[in-house]
Design a protein around this ligand. Structure first.
Ligand SMILES: NC(=O)c1ccc[n+]([C@@H]2O[C@H](COP(=O)([O-])OP(=O)(O)OC[C@H]3O[C@@H](n4cnc5c(N)ncnc54)[C@H](O)[C@@H]3O)[C@@H](O)[C@H]2O)c1
Length: 299
């Protein structure tokens, strides 16, 4: 199968590419390297296992060419960082909203069978109740969440038109190797170096989920029929505080770091855990019992 992965040089995208290479598919990666890197993909490019296109989803014609002959599109390219999206609201709008529209239109025009969109728990904004199910209103709190909510709306428009199958996966907080500048990689790096850990506010309840599990669900989403009928939460369904996270990392590394609590940041959603009823119905599987179990392997 010929598969396009937008954002395939990024954290989750590169793990998805690993899986697609293992499965022997023909893979096109489109990424403008805004946050991604070719490090993980270098040997695939050298050995012609993938085609890498240094292109931008804000340019419709570039995306249309990339979609040619593809059966499946995984759309992950995005300004994926909440604070980054808040700081550069124009880039996040043009990439996360206009770019998503371009990918949908290009996929439809090129006769792609199915598109899988990486949405986010940030689309919900601050939860009115926990755990959050898919019918919770989308009260996005920041421009990143708003961009994902808008992207989802366009996904529904294309899905309803009947010309393109679209699956919307609302990802919780994904972690694993190759990520950077998010809480788990920052905590691991600082604990290893004996530096202090910064927590903003300290009230957060975060639903962490390891990247291999997310990639497996993305692969199931390529064929699953029930996944077409509305967004699906992907998470562990369990909440972890940043203090629990810090102590797990310290215990696993055998080192201690001081925790420095600073004022909360307005743009950040404080509490989220995913309701996984629909997830279980769709994918007929269970999330890992311990959301932080994969930290051992990472460390
Ligand atoms: N990591 C998480 O916890 C998480 C949670 C929820 C949703 N998501 C979503 O999953 C997807 C992948 O997330 P990630 O953590 O791998 O992020 P990432 O930033 O590592 O990957 C996104 C990739 O998109 C590329 N990109 C950015 N702007 C682009 C543009 N205009 N044109 C082409 N490429 C562009 C970046 O260079 C990067 O390689 C994103 O859509 C993100 O919003 C991630």
């Amino acid at each position: 199968m010929k598969v396009l992965v937008t954002g395939g040089a990024g954290f989750i995208g590169s793990h998805l590419v690993d899986r697609l290479v293992e499965e022997g598919h023909e893979i096109i990666v489109l990424d403008n390297l805004f946050r991604g890197s070719l490090k993980a993909l270098d040997s695939y490019i050298t050995h012609k296992k993938i085609t890498f296109l240094n292109r931008d989803i804000r340019d419709y014609e570039q995306v249309k060419q990339a979609c040619k002959g593809c059966e499946l599109v995984y759309h992950l390219a995005a300004q994926s960082n909440v604070m980054g999206a808040v700081e550069d609201i124009r880039y996040s709008f043009s990439t996360n909203v206009v770019g998503t529209f371009n990918v949908l239109l290009a996929a439809k025009e090129q006769g792609v069978r199915r598109l899988i969109f990486s949405s986010s728990r940030e689309a919900y904004g601050e939860a009115g109740y926990l755990p959050v199910d898919e019918s919770h209103p989308l009260n996005s709190k920041n421009s990143y969440g708003a961009g994902k909510a808008a992207g989802e709306k366009y996904c529904q428009v294309f899905q309803n038109s009947g010309d393109l199958e679209v699956v919307i996966l609302r990802l919780a907080n994904v972690y694993g190797p190759r990520d950077f500048n998010r809480v788990i990689p920052i905590f691991i790096k600082n604990v290893k170096q004996g530096k202090e850990l910064t927590v903003f506010g300290g009230q957060q309840l975060i639903d962490f989920i390891a990247v291999p599990f997310v990639v497996s669900m993305m692969r199931l989403a390529a064929e699953n029929k029930k996944a077409l009928f509305g967004p699906v939460n992907i998470g562990s369904g369990r909440g972890t505080t940043l203090f629990e996270l810090a102590s797990r990392i310290m215990a696993l590394s055998g080192k201690n770091s001081k925790i420095n609590v600073l004022p909360a940041r307005n743009a950040e959603v404080v509490k989220y855990t995913a309701d996984l009823k629909r997830f279980k119905e769709v994918f007929k599987t269970e999330p890992p019992l311990d959301p932080l179990d994969y930290l051992k392997a990472m460390l």
